[in-house]
Design a protein around this ligand. Sequence first.
Ligand code: PRF
Ligand code: ZN
Length: 374
Amino acid sequence: MTPITYELIKTCKQTGARLGKVHTPHGSFDTPMFMPVGTLATVKTMSPEELKEMEARIILSNTYHLWLRPGEDIIKEAGGLHRFMNWDRPILTDSGGFQVFSLSKIREIQEEGVHFRNHISGEKLFLSPEKAMQIQNALGSDIMMAFDECPPYPASFDYMKSSVERTSRWAERCLEAHQNPTTQGLFGIIQGGEYEELRKQSAKDLASLDLPGYAIGGLSVGEPKDIMNRMLEYTTPLMPSTKPRYLMGVGSPDSLIDGSIRGIDMFDCVLPTRIARNGTCMTSTGRLVVRNAKYARDFSPIDENCDCHVCKNYTRAYIRHLIKSKETFGFRLTTYHNLHFLLKLMEQVRTAISEDRLGDFKEAFFEQYGLNQP
Ligand code: PRF
Ligand code: ZN
């Protein structure tokens, strides 16, 4: 029995987007859903209590970072990642593959795994499918990701082909090494870059492993937006309709809506939390850089149309002052608002799907938000 199951509630008659529910050992969440990123066992500056207040249902954490610090043995000793960080709702862990490729410049990929250097200390390290599974089993996440290679954009067809084939063999090794199949679900990651033939091959290889869910990786790595949308349109129909579909590392409002329309159920991205710490807010009328001088005497909320705790109680002028003074509380306020904004956006997407009007919602949203804004 797989610990992760997907329940399809309905598809939007206007767009084909899916409304569903994913069930995990730590409870269920509605889809399409956005997952805040908590790389080091914390969604930067937010407490689990605050995440619950904004109705976050599942968060993401990272195998690579927790392996390096504090080490998976300490987290296992604490009773697993949920107990360690006091988060009792679902957790998904990324496998470390992507982080090795994005953080470490010196690395060597072999059939066995990847040799690289610790991005902080420079120490020599080795990560393999078996190691990534051992760490994720120790962390006890509800959803674990297979160890994959995410090649850069652009990559040649020949390179991508051999990479996709290796990622398929690595996924088989992950499944083989998985020690807790009744309490943790392993998702496969479809790669293949911008090559339809390779996406098809990757989807087929991974489907044969009958995993409880599948992700699309290797997108939002610098390719134009229309390539991403085209690859999604091509790839989601090749994925089992009875299982959740997760688009990795994507979290701009436009991509969340465009991805949902193309049949994606789960998303994650550091975007809302990262830009928050830099003084940028997502609002119903587009991005607002609250650091700007023009907000020095602006005593209105970040977003007039937002009902979050921050917008009810704090002004642009105050938040600007805090951020400019590098006060932690300022980062907390913008982070809270941005996460609330995306979680609320996804709730609106789900409601629109249930009423067969996601196409209309998209049009109205962009009328206000402005097109071509990340
Ligand atoms: N693979 C893994 N994690 C990821 C990606 C991937 O391709 C991406 C690509 N956008 C983000 N995070 N394992
Ligand atoms: Zn707000």
